[in-house]
Design a protein around this ligand. Structure first.
Ligand SMILES: [Zn+2]
Length: 252
């Protein structure tokens, strides 16, 4: 019986994307320097113009992009379910598909302007992992709005992705706030053992919201550095694009 050919490149057993949401300042202070020290590339999903320090951050993100990190689209307004109570009217159950298109396109225009080398080569990230507008019988998915604009988009799901089966317009990520290095490594290793694609979703690193400790992050990155032949760590868009090519090669 023919053996299934390996999916991942250069003998890697599995893939991993490190993703960071909301352009939290601690990502610039702790995560980027650590990644750059070990030469690993990640994806940073930003909300252009949303934070008051955005303009101040831009040169650092441009430097990161020039160094091979992906700066992804996380919308300009970060719409989430009304149930969070973040905003009384600008929340998903009260929005329509046109509202979603507007905030995605506004962010994309700004990213194209600031990161022109990544135009057409960036992925999207659903704010709060949510992909609907409207409520009840009027609730509908906005995944098609995203899929018409991006080859890949990250959601949430607390499970690894099977590269042959996952819908690339909504990949699953593990939210790791408060996790130790060991907990994150266990999750990644289980995925890699099965030949899958793990995606970690992080916010603050050593500060800010939904944080992990800086030491936990460093511990994870050291492990990824040591295991780089087995674990292919790369930006979300890079692994998604590879997945698309490999599926075609395999006739999958
Ligand atoms: Zn977010």
């Amino acid at each position: 019986m023919a053996k299934t050919p390996p999916f991942w490149p250069n003998g890697a057993h599995g893939a991993l994307s490190l993703t960071f949401d909301d352009n939290a300042p601690s990502q610039l202070a702790h995560a980027l320097p650590c990644l750059d020290h070990y030469g690993l590339k990640a994806t940073f999903y930003v909300n252009p113009g949303r934070r008051s320090d955005w303009e101040k951050q831009v040169p650092r993100w441009q430097q990161a992009a020039a160094g091979g990190h992906e700066i992804g689209n996380h919308t300009s307004q970060h719409p989430c379910s009304c149930n969070f109570g973040f905003h009384p009217t600008y929340c998903l159950e009260k929005l329509n598909l046109g509202d979603i298109e507007a905030t995605i396109d506004e962010a994309e225009a700004e990213l194209d302007r600031l990161f022109p080398q990544q135009e057409g080569k960036r992925s999207f990230c659903y704010p709060c992992y949510q992909s609907h507008v409207g409520a009840g019988v009027n609730r509908q998915s906005y995944v098609p709005v995203v899929a018409r604009r991006f080859r890949a988009a990250r959601g949430g799901g607390e499970r690894p992705n099977n590269p042959l089966l996952i819908d690339l317009s909504y990949t699953w990520a593990w939210a790791v706030e408060g996790h130790s290095a060991e907990q994150m490594i266990t999750y990644v290793e289980k995925a890699v053992e099965q030949g899958l694609w793990a995606i970690l979703c992080m916010h603050g690193v050593g500060g800010d919201h939904l944080a992990i400790a800086a030491e936990a992050f460093t511990g994870l990155v050291k492990h990824l550095d040591q295991q780089r032949r087995r674990i292919w760590t790369a930006p979300h868009i890079e692994i998604a694009d590879y997945t698309l090519r490999r599926r075609t090669e395999l006739g999958a």
